[in-house]
Design a protein around this ligand. Sequence first.
Ligand code: SAH
Ligand code: SF4
Ligand code: F3S
Length: 478
Amino acid sequence: MQKKVYIESYGCQMNVSDSEVVASILAKEGYTPVKSAEEADLVLLNTCSIREKAEYTVLQRINEMNNLKARKKGLKVGVLGCMAERMREDLLEKKKVVDLVVGPDAYRTLPELLEKVGTGQKAVNVLLSREETYGEIIPVRLDTSGVTAFVTIMRGCDNMCAFCVVPFTRGRERSRDAHSIVEECLDLVAKDYKEVTLLGQNVDSYKWRPTPSVPDAGADSTGSVDPLDRPANDGRATVDFADLLEMVAIACPTLRIRYSTSHPKDMTDKVLQVMAHYDNICKYIHLPVQSGSSEVLKRMNRGYDRAWYMERMASIRKHMPDCAISTDIIAGFCGETEADHRQTLELIGEVGYDMAFMFKYSERPKTLAARKYPDDVPEEVKGRRLAEIIEAQKVASGKRLQSYLGQFHEVLLEGVSKRSTEHLYGRNSQNSVVIVPRVADGVELKPGQLVRAEIISATIGSLKGRVVSVVNEVALTA
Ligand code: SAH
Ligand code: SF4
Ligand code: F3S
């Protein structure tokens, strides 16, 4: 009998991508993905530990599963992801409704674990790995838009930023085989996807070295381009992130390419050069600054100071004057003074971010900050500083969006607007949302189309456009 699984993802895009790997592993066990917990035989919550609030949300959701289990005999509930890794067996103690706890590197063992769960036992595997990249697994896409997709290029993180739980929940950094990444992108093209986002916690430290192979006399006589065969690369040289980006850009000229997340300490000019060179790589960089104060950045163990960050910004602007930048900011990290906070506000104005994710500092167990620095900024001060940061950012992004007025942008249409069925939404290269009428000059537009639109107005967080033409392919300048 067909079994049904419902997977709910919390936290970052990496979790969304992991859920698709899990769906692929479970498909081989006869599970079909469904769209609600009510329909499922197995509910999996793929969880996040980044802030206390994120964990609280999931704990509440687990409680809701109690009711569902009472109504649905035989329903099994599993917790995956970062909270599974952080809380381990404690989760089974704390929440009796949970049958299964699986950490981010243990998804291949799901079939055995589910077998155990099937006999009425609880099952746990939270082993972290130094090698696991799920490289050859082609994910089952759970997002039904069919236009944009995520491809994970590396796992884990070795950075040890003082506030961050990720190195503890995701383990050591490792890069996925470059060929398997290109193959997954080609598979997306074959399935008619139009955009890919390459994912890693710190994509700039991507590094992969092919195992040396004996030259094969019968090798590729078809004349097809293997980007790794370029003269500069003897087939054994290390592939860095810039090389990987270029490989994907060349192999998939009709695919729009994005990536996330860059780390200011590691972002190279080589990456910027590749971005500038290929039209199908979007002109958008998410470059989390965290704080505008060098003192705070030092305590955060970020590996750069304000001057370094501003130099990286200048280099982005030099290589790509039209590039949009977004960021992450933490308000009220340990020891943050009013003067530090003002430096953050000032930096927001100076950089002019298109967009930002802004958070109150939340102490996480085991992190350097939790062990070394008191969480000494009072809650109401954190709240006030966050509100001021949000306000400064509103002004900055307003200015950026206004500057797009009258310009012509290529917009990839992704779906029907939530506010009106008469409109579609999409994104320009800079990653701003652009809303356009569904019908242009009597022609009905569809998600997946790339259109050229004149930007006619800007509201908070989005742009409105007038479609002037449909672009068939993303042109490649190389
Ligand atoms: N790898 C990415 C960030 C991943 S976490 C990077 O290095 O930029 C996403 C964001 O969550 C971080 O950039 C940070 O702004 C925020 N964050 C992480 N830990 C946090 C904490 N303990 N409290 C508040 N915000 C946090
Ligand atoms: Fe966390 Fe820093 Fe790694 Fe980002 S780079 S995941 S903030 S430790
Ligand atoms: Fe959260 Fe884990 Fe991502 S902690 S932000 S789901 S890596």
